[in-house]
Design a protein around this ligand. Structure first.
Ligand SMILES: NC(=O)c1ccc[n+]([C@@H]2O[C@H](COP(=O)([O-])OP(=O)(O)OC[C@H]3O[C@@H](n4cnc5c(N)ncnc54)[C@H](O)[C@@H]3O)[C@@H](O)[C@H]2O)c1
Length: 319
C-alpha cells in the first residue's frame, strides 16, 4: 500500500508516519508538507533514511504537485492544516486557504485518480461547546472559532464528495492530543517549556474550560484502525475520557515538575472560548479500538521528552 500523508512534518502526522513505517515495513509513505512554522523535519529524523519513505516539500493548495503524488498512491490521509485557534482569531485567511481550499484540492484529485481511501483528520472542536453529555458523530456542527469553522467546512466538503461521487471518504474527529513533538504554543508543551524556562503559565480567565486529552499515539492507532477497517462515508470520534479543566492541568504539570504553584498568571479569556468539549467514542470502540495509554503516565513521558529535547523546542519559543 502506498499512503500519501499530508502535513506529516507536524505533531500528529510525524507521530503517525513513524508508527506506520514501524508497523508495516512493506508500506510506502509519501509525506507532502509545506513546512510552515509548525512543520519540522527533525520530527522525522528516525525515518528519513527508510527506502519506503519520501518527503516532498509542497502545498496542498498546489494541484500540480499534489497530482504528481496522488497519481501513484492508494490512500490519502490529510493532516495538513493550520491548527492553532489563537492564530485563527488573529487572522483566518490561511485557515480558509489550507484547511478548506487545500482539502478541496486533495478531494478533487482523489476523485480523479480513484483513490481507495481518503481520511480527513478533523477535530472535536467542530461540535462547538458541549454543555452536558457527549457529542456523537451525528451531532449538529456548531464551530465557534475561525479554526473550527474551517475544519467543519472541510468535513462537509469531504462528506459531499462521498455523497455525490462515492469517493471513499472517512472522517476522524479526535479530542486534544498531547505528546512528544507538539509545537510549544499548544497548552501542554507551553506549560512544560515555560516551567523549564522559569516563565509564568498563562491561563485563560479562571481556567475552568474543560478539554479531553488523548495521547497522540492512541489517536494514531485509531487512525490506523480507521484506515484498515473504517467504513467509507462514516465519521469516527476519537476521545479518551480524560476530562480536565485548564487550571487543574496547570497545577498537575507544576506538581509533576516539582515547581511552585504560584507561577500561574490568569489572562483575559480567549474570544469565543468554548467552555467544554466532549465526544462519545462508542463507534470507534465498536470498530475494535481500545486505548493503550494512560493520561498520567504519558504526561510524565511528555514532560521528560521536553526536558531531554530542549534543542528541539528552544528555538521555537518567543517570550
Ligand atoms: N493537535 C490536536 O490536538 C488536534 C486535535 C484534533 C484534530 N487535530 C487535527 O489534526 C491535524 C494535525 O494537527 P497537528 O496538531 O499535528 O498540527 P501541526 O500544526 O502540528 O501540523 C500541521 C502540519 O501541516 C503542515 N501544513 C500546513 N499548511 C500546509 C499546506 N498548505 N500544505 C501542506 N502542508 C501544510 C505544517 O507544515 C505542519 O507540518 C490537523 O488537521 C488538526 O486540525 C489536531
Amino acid at each position: 500500500m502506498h499512503i500519501l500523508v499530508t502535513g506529516g512534518a507536524g505533531f500528529i502526522g510525524s507521530n503517525f508516519i513513524r508508527l506506520i513505517l514501524k508497523k508495516y515495513p512493506g508500506y510506502k509513505v509519501s509525506n507532502l508538507d509545506k513546512l510552515t512554522y509548525a512543520g519540522n523535519l527533525e520530527n522525522l529524523l528516525e525515518v528519513e533514511c527508510c527506502k519506503n519513505y519520501r518527503f516532498l516539500k509542497g502545498d496542498i493548495c498546489d494541484a500540480k504537485i499534489c497530482q504528481r503524488l496522488i497519481k501513484t498512491c492508494d490512500c490519502i490521509i490529510n493532516f495538513a492544516a493550520e491548527s492553532h485557534v489563537d492564530r485563527s482569531i488573529v487572522s483566518s485567511q490561511e485557515f480558509i486557504r489550507t484547511n478548506v481550499i487545500g482539502t478541496d484540492v486533495l478531494l478533487s484529485l482523489a476523485k480523479k485518480y480513484k483513490i481507495k481511501r481518503f481520511i480527513q483528520i478533523s477535530t472535536d472542536e467542530v461540535y462547538g461547546s458541549i454543555s452536558a453529555g457527549e457529542a456523537r458523530e451525528e451531532e449538529k456542527l456548531k464551530p465557534s472559532s475561525p479554526y473550527s469553522a474551517s475544519k467543519a467546512s472541510a468535513d462537509l466538503q469531504a462528506l459531499a464528495f462521498y455523497k455525490t461521487f462515492r469517493l471513499p471518504v472517512i472522517i476522524t474527529r479526535s479530542s486534544n492530543n498531547f505528546g512528544p513533538n507538539q509545537y510549544p504554543e499548544k497548552i501542554i508543551p507551553l506549560f512544560i517549556t515555560n516551567i523549564i524556562d522559569g516563565v509564568r503559565l498563562p491561563v485563560y480567565a479562571q481556567g475552568k474550560n474543560i478539554r479531553d486529552w488523548i495521547f497522540v499515539l492512541d489517536n494514531c492507532r485509531a487512525i490506523d484502525l480507521v484506515l484498515h477497517k473504517g467504513k467509507p462515508g462514516e465519521i469516527y470520534n476519537i476521545g479518551a475520557g480524560n476530562y480536565l479543566n485548564n487550571i487543574t492541568l496547570a497545577r498537575l504539570i507544576l506538581k509533576e515538575m516539582g515547581a511552585k504553584q504560584d507561577i500561574i498568571r490568569f489572562v483575559p479569556d480567549r474570544l469565543g472560548h468554548d467552555f467544554r468539549y466532549a465526544i462519545n467514542s462508542k463507534k470507534i470502540r465498536n470498530l475494535g479500538f481500545k486505548l493503550k495509554y494512560t493520561f498520567l503516565e504519558q504526561l510524565r513521558l511528555t514532560i521528560n521528552w521536553y526536558i531531554v529535547n530542549c534543542k528541539w523546542w528552544k528555538p521555537l519559543k518567543k517570550y
